[in-house]
Design a protein around this ligand. Structure first.
Ligand SMILES: Cc1ncc(C[n+]2csc(CCOP(=O)(O)OP(=O)(O)O)c2C)c(N)n1
Ligand SMILES: [Mg+2]
Length: 335
């Protein structure tokens, strides 16, 4: 864990680290609560927790501008919260309520907010990549200076869509930054069981796309590298790929016997927890104490309580509205 930010005054460094810590803790505590609410049957369907990987969404989102577009995966609570979708509307979405960010129709895997240019939430592995390339093409055609950030997992690189998207982005020189969250597993399949080349950053080279590998457990390293990459994409309108090395601490989804990885490996990665790492380095530098930490925790707990109340208070969509916004003209049955 790096302790200094080059060229930045100590008081600003302190504030940046506080913000990063707070943003990561917000996601961690929100998801712990979500897991609890899932067990209680308040949240149904799928629920993929991002716990362990928070440094990526938090570090990367800070360096994106409001005019930039974002495409994420189904493990996207962290990205949505870091982008600014409120906890209440994410929670209400997971409850399936109308006041959710996707009107309760998407659930955990389909968080969406057009105003924040947060274009999903994709349940289809690799499905977001061509969308991101399309958004980058639109930005180019509209002559805006915006960048599209596309988050995806290591599992997506096995999909044809990954290669097609990389090829077109490289060929047409589109302003898109591919952000691969390599947590070493795609459900129960380890990366080296499905890829002949496990260095994902290297794959970009064959498409003429610059790339690098970054420690995804170090939020400062993520922020620094992603910031540089995004500014390069913005300045040159050429694509870039970052492979973050990370790990999910929890099961793939809510139920998973985790027979594909051993407990020692999980424990080892937990010692690299991005939140604990930042807390330790801040304490060592004398810029964080237990009182600060408990203040952060209480304000997050309050925000979570309010989010749950907001979700509870939301309404279910009336049955007669269920065919609204459905993409068909032929469907005409009575409910
Ligand atoms: C096209 C497609 N194939 C299979 C699945 C089933 N599936 C859901 S998650 C997943 C693993 C994806 O792993 P990765 O991209 O590494 O993301 P992670 O879960 O590790 O964040 C698979 C295979 C799917 N949703 N879409
Ligand atoms: Mg993975």
């Amino acid at each position: 864990m790096k302790t200094e930010i080059a060229g930045i005054k100590p008081e600003i460094t302190r504030q940046i680290k506080f913000d990063l810590l707070r943003d990561m803790l917000r996601i961690r505590r929100f998801e712990e609560k979500s897991a609890e609410l899932y067990s209680l049957g308040k949240i149904r369907g799928f629920l993929h927790l991002y716990i362990g990987e928070e440094a990526i969404a938090v570090g990367a989102m800070r360096v994106l501008k409001p005019e930039d577009s974002i495409v994420a995966t189904y493990r996207e609570h962290g990205h949505a919260l870091a982008r600014g979708i409120s906890m209440g509307s994410v929670m209400a979405e997971m409850f399936g309520k109308e006041n959710g960010c996707s009107r309760g129709r998407g659930g955990s895997m389909h968080l969406f907010d057009a105003a924040l240019k947060f274009y999903g939430g994709y349940a289809i592995v690799g499905g977001g990549l061509p969308i991101a390339v399309g958004l980058a093409l639109a930005a180019r055609m509209q002559k805006t200076n915006s960048v599209t950030a596309c988050f995806f997992g290591d599992g997506a690189v096995a999909e044809g869509e990954f290669h097609e998207s990389m090829n077109l982005a490289g060929l047409w020189q589109l302003p898109v930054v591919f952000l691969c969250e390599n947590n070493l597993y795609a459900m129960g399949t380890a990366l080296d069981r499905h890829q002949s080349q496990t260095n994902i950053a290297k794959k970009a080279e064959s498409y003429g796309i610059k790339s690098e590998t970054v420690d995804g457990m170090d939020v400062l390293a993520v922020e620094e590298a992603t910031g540089k990459a995004i500014e390069l994409v913005r300045a040159t309108s050429r694509p870039y790929l970052i492979e973050y090395r990370t790990y999910r601490f929890r099961a793939h989804s809510m139920y998973d016997a985790e027979l594909y990885r051993n407990k020692d490996e999980v424990e080892l990665w937990k010692t690299r927890c991005p939140i604990n790492g930042l807390i330790a380095s801040m304490k060592e530098d004398g810029i964080l104490n237990d009182h600060d930490l408990s203040e952060i925790e209480s304000s997050i707990a309050l925000e979570i309580n309010q989010a749950v109340e907001y979700a509870e208070a939301g309404k279910w969509e009336p049955l007669e509205d269920l065919t609204k916004f459905v993409y068909t003209e032929t469907l005409n049955f009575e409910l």
